[in-house]
Ligand binder design. Structure first.
Ligand code: C6P
Length: 412
């Protein structure tokens, strides 16, 4: 198949599930290379939501009538789908949140505040998204704990010897990004978490950029907590997941309080619900959870191994083509990389690159990608980032490469 570097992978069929990919942008066929920011949604996800609203919608956990029961069943079924996908042990270990950002804030608040004290240490990496820096910084301000980070080298690989020296009995939380959103580096989380466990630290994996590309098995990776957003795995916006080991979640106080997270309320005292309800205050994002369940079922029906293999072949092709352009400098050259390329084009500002690409129908992200410390490492303020998903094709990459050449011509 012309568009398909791996003949077994039927990308044309997949694209037919994503009607938006046939749209034009600025009168040009859309070339969507911004899936690391947010993925497009397949028909199956949109239909799961319209089925809910047209067919059986009602508030959940509250009604004895049939529609409320069906909606509740579908919502809870989505929890089981997520559990199975990440190989958690129990449904109760899956908490629906607004997204990765809220999941990490929840842990900083409900695990961090009661458990950390002055002198304790939290370890992240130099390549974290701000969502995995700022909540810990705030926690450190409140508790007197110290935030440390594992540095990376100029290829964008973590310097593990520095981590080995850093881990100690003071280490209480190790919170690591699985795949960097601005460099594409796949981090050796298993090694990092095993080491954290030797000193009894709690581990959190920011799986925002990995959950849609590679198998993430919370038991195999020794994760105590895991966070990701639904909108990056072909699901709706406004829904995310926090996974937590049962015994840790059970001991944690709520993050927010109100309806549906209680056992009983009086003016004297409130008894909180068991998990997961304790962490899902108020009317839940019913359509978000159901849509996320449909998205994960969709990804599973294609198969993560097939996805990873196909996306890797796209990355290899894009790498080979982009390296033929002498004006390009790639930022992030780790050996283990996921399907994105961050780059500079001599002294052309990334925003100018993005603006010209937009006119050509090509959607890429430009800026610091919410990773200012990563940019600082390279002495830059921004890159252009092209990120690939399983619905992209070799043709998309060819158009993108031509786009880069046009940008260069414009500035000559
Ligand atoms: N990265 C990107 O373009 P939210 O905003 O909560 O859905 O996800 C936050 C987040 C956390 N960790 C990582 C590694 C991420 O990549 C993101 C979101 C987007 O790269 C938007 S900045």
């Amino acid at each position: 198949m012309k568009n398909d570097p791996n003949c077994k992978f039927d990308v044309a069929k997949i694209r037919s599930d994503f009607p938006i990919l046939s749209q034009k942008m600025n009168a040009k066929p859309l070339i969507y290379l911004d899936s690391a920011a947010s993925t497009m949604k397949p028909r199956q996800v949109v239909e799961s939501i319209s089925d809910l609203y047209y067919g059986y919608y009602a508030n959940i956990h509250r009604g004895v009538y049939l529609f409320s029961q069906i909606s509740t069943e579908k919502y809870e079924n989505a929890r089981s789908v997520v559990k199975k996908y990440i190989n958690a042990k129990y449904d109760e270990e899956i908490i629906f949140t607004r997204g990765a950002t809220e999941s990490i804030n929840l842990i900083a608040h409900s695990y961090g505040r009661p458990n950390l004290k002055e002198g304790d240490e939290i370890i992240v990496t130099e390549m974290e998204h701000h969502a995995n820096i700022v909540p810990w910084q705030q926690l450190c301000k409140e508790t007197g704990a110290k935030l440390r980070y594992i540095p990376f080298d100029d290829k964008g690989e973590l310097i593990l010897e520095e981590y080995d020296k850093m881990v100690s009995n003071k280490t209480k939380i190790v919170s690591i990004v699985h795949i960097s959103n601005s460099l594409g580096t796949i981090n050796p989380v298993k090694y990092i978490f095993n080491k954290a466990k030797e000193v009894g630290a709690v581990t959190l994996l920011d799986a925002s950029q990995s959950i849609q590309h590679v198998k993430v098995d919370v038991q195999e990776l020794n994760c105590d907590f895991l966070a990701f957003s639904g909108h990056k795995i072909y699901g709706p916006t406004g829904i995310g997941i926090l996974y937590g080991k049962l015994h840790l979640l059970e001991d944690m106080p709520p993050y927010q309080t109100g309806g549906d997270m209680i056992k009983s309320v009086s003016f004297e005292r409130t008894l909180f619900a068991d998990i997961p309800g304790r962490f899902e205050a108020g009317t839940q994002n019913i359509e978000g959870a159901i849509g996320l369940g449909a998205a994960i079922e969709y990804v599973s029906s294609i198969g993560l191994d097939e996805i990873a293999q196909y996306e890797h072949s796209l990355l290899e092709y894009a790498n080979q083509k982009i390296r033929e352009i002498p004006q390009v400098t790639i930022i992030g050259n780790a050996k283990q990389k996921a399907s994105l390329i961050s780059f500079l084009l001599e002294d052309i500002h990334p925003h100018d690159v993005g603006t010209i690409m937009d006119k050509l129908g090509i959607a890429v992200r430009t800026g610091q990608h919410c990773t200012e410390p990563t940019m600082k490492h390279f002495g830059i303020t921004a890159t252009t980032r092209a990120s690939f998903a399983f619905y992209n094709t070799i043709d998309d990459i060819n158009v993108f490469i031509e786009g880069i050449k046009q940008v260069i011509e414009t500035f000559e």
